[in-house]
Design a protein around this ligand. Structure first.
Ligand SMILES: Cc1cc2nc3c(=O)[nH]c(=O)nc-3n(C[C@H](O)[C@H](O)[C@H](O)COP(=O)(O)O)c2cc1C
Length: 253
């Protein structure tokens, strides 16, 4: 079997591995054509059974922006970024399509909720990579799930639609350090899941992240990745989500 030497990098890969969340932006506005190119990239992402179970609400109105920033613990970049998109998992459009046919729709299961969430996340990640390849930077905003009822009201989301996260985009006015990721060996397994090296490798990774948190520009802290995880997992995060999702018509049997 012959081996052909293939490229091991590309401008896409180079752009993706340079990713940092960007939370400050220049005043330059983003042309509508650029936003549309980003959203067309998102639409081209793989989608479960072609369901395309997501919608994007771009929020331009400054009053709504202020309210959304307040939901997200006053993250000022939500208010100030040139483009703010809310990525919504969406089974409503499918419901409309099926209802037009007078056909039944069975969606009362965890699977259809997962499908919509996965479709939305893949589309958003694709959009984000497209945006970065075009010189934009940005950050995802999970903080919208602090008060999903408020977001639903502000954006007029119908049943079977929920905001998975927001996304700030703009031209970067910031050049933060790359945040070190887990060593590849810890996330890449061959044939069988293997956690035998976790403890030793996590010690090494904690040393790397300790240096990062202490020395990075901006907000410095004495911590490690493991300690950050312990802090995050010490309390139940957003325990209101289940009741909210059920109120939007998503069912978990
Ligand atoms: C689903 C999701 C939600 C996030 N929510 C927020 C957020 O509300 N505010 C924020 O500043 N960063 C948020 N982030 C950014 C992460 O904190 C960031 O991606 C992570 O710390 C890694 O840093 P990096 O993106 O600079 O490499 C979010 C990221 C994801 C994927």
């Amino acid at each position: 079997m012959g081996t052909v030497s293939r490229p091991v990098t590309s401008s896409t890969v180079e752009s993706m591995i340079r990713h940092r969340s960007i939370r400050r932006y220049t005043d330059e506005s983003v042309q509508e054509e650029v936003v549309e190119a980003i959203l067309r990239s998102a639409q081209a992402a793989p989608t479960s059974s072609h369901k395309q179970a997501f919608s994007v609400v771009r929020v331009v109105d400054p009053v709504t922006r202020r309210s959304l920033a307040a939901v997200a613990d006053d993250q000022e970049w939500v208010e100030k970024c040139p483009v703010f998109l809310v990525w919504c998992a969406d089974l409503h459009r499918i419901a409309v399509a099926i209802e037009r046919l007078g056909a039944p729709m069975v969606h009362e299961n965890v699977e259809e909720f997962l499908v919509a969430t996965i479709d939305t996340t893949l589309a958003a990640a694709t959009a984000f990579a497209a945006a970065e390849s075009l010189g934009l930077g940005g950050v995802f905003i999970g903080g919208l799930r602090n008060d999903p009822d408020a977001v639903t009201e502000l954006l007029g989301l119908p049943p079977l639609v929920y905001p998975v996260f927001g996304m700030c985009l703009g031209y970067p006015a910031d050049d933060p350090w790359l945040k070190p990721r887990l060593p590849l060996e810890l996330v890449y397994h061959r044939d069988r899941y293997d956690d035998s090296e976790y403890v030793a490798a996590l010690d090494d990774y904690d040393a790397v992240t300790h240096t990062y948190y202490v020395e990075r520009e901006g907000e410095n802290r004495v911590t490690t990745w493991s300690r950050e995880m312990a802090r995050k997992f010490a309390v139940s995060q957003r325990p209101h989500m289940r009741a909210y999702l059920e109120s939007q018509g998503f069912v978990f049997d």
